[in-house]
Design a protein around this ligand. Structure first.
Ligand code: DX5
Ligand code: ZN
Length: 235
């Protein structure tokens, strides 16, 4: 899917609940993907960690490639790695429709965002809870999505940090119709999804609030309903 198709797809389905495949059963990945498709999710969020940028390791190119081979859902790949410049092209080749990199990474991020778009994918820029918006403002024209972290990245199941809400509100007020999509990641559940949507989030990444339950369909449906209710209330 091209960058424009990805952005259009998100604009059409927002607010969207986006499952994060961090806590799924990797021994039964195909089955997990079918369950998520049956739950009517519109895209998938893949958390790549290098044990360096964050104190945890997850998975990399072979798993992204295997997921791409197994589902036609668009893939939103969140790179929590110190040196994304070396890898973004390969993640796009592996099937990423959007690649998100962190402003706190070591590489020159302006160039990395350009690399992602040149490779044909949508470019996302993430910032951690302590990082001020001022750090990313000059780069906004290069971003298809801004990913506002509501936890310190590394682990699922952490509590939502409300500092994300103010950032979302500010970004939402500043953007016009062509402005970046807004995504929030970490601690999204029944209580926090409403405030996140009301603050402007289009994409709601959800890990534990889906995968800790047996019935993914029920979780996705309830969270999506809450998101839509708050989306209407926001207007
Ligand atoms: C955090 C990851 C998230 C996270 C979401 O390091 O980027 O995608 O696993 O999980 P929950 O919803 O459990 O916070
Ligand atoms: Zn993530």
């Amino acid at each position: 899917m091209s960058r424009h198709d990805f952005v259009d797809c998100v604009r059409r389905c927002r607010p969207a609940v986006v499952p994060s495949l961090l806590m799924c059963d990797f021994a039964n990945l195909e089955d997990e993907l079918r369950r998520l498709e049956a739950a009517d999710v519109r895209l998938l969020h893949l958390d790549v960690m290098d044990g360096h940028f964050v104190p945890n390791l997850t998975y990399g190119l072979p798993i992204v490639e295997a997921i791409d081979r197994t589902t036609s859902l668009p893939l939103d790949v969140h790179l929590m790695i110190s040196n994304p410049a070396k890898y973004v092209q390969r993640f796009v080749e592996a099937g990423a429709d959007q690649v998100t990199v962190h402003i706190e990474a070591d590489d020159p991020i302006e160039q990395v965002l350009q690399q992602i778009r040149a490779a044909g994918a949508a470019a996302g820029l993430a910032l951690n809870p302590p990082t001020p918006l001022a750090k990313i403002e000059p780069l906004l024209p290069l971003c298809d999505t801004v990913l506002v972290m509501s936890v310190m990245p590394g682990f699922g199941g952490q509590a939502f940090n409300p500092v994300a809400l103010q950032k979302l509100k500010t970004l939402n007020e500043q953007r016009d119709a062509e402005g970046p999509l807004l995504e929030v990641d970490g601690g999204i559940n029944d209580e926090t999804i409403g405030p996140a949507v009301e603050s402007g989030a289009d994409l709601l990444v959800v890990g534990s609030a889906i995968f800790r339950h047996h019935d993914y369909g029920e979780q996705v449906a309830r969270l999506s309903r809450l998101a839509r209710q708050h989306h209407v209330a926001q207007r």
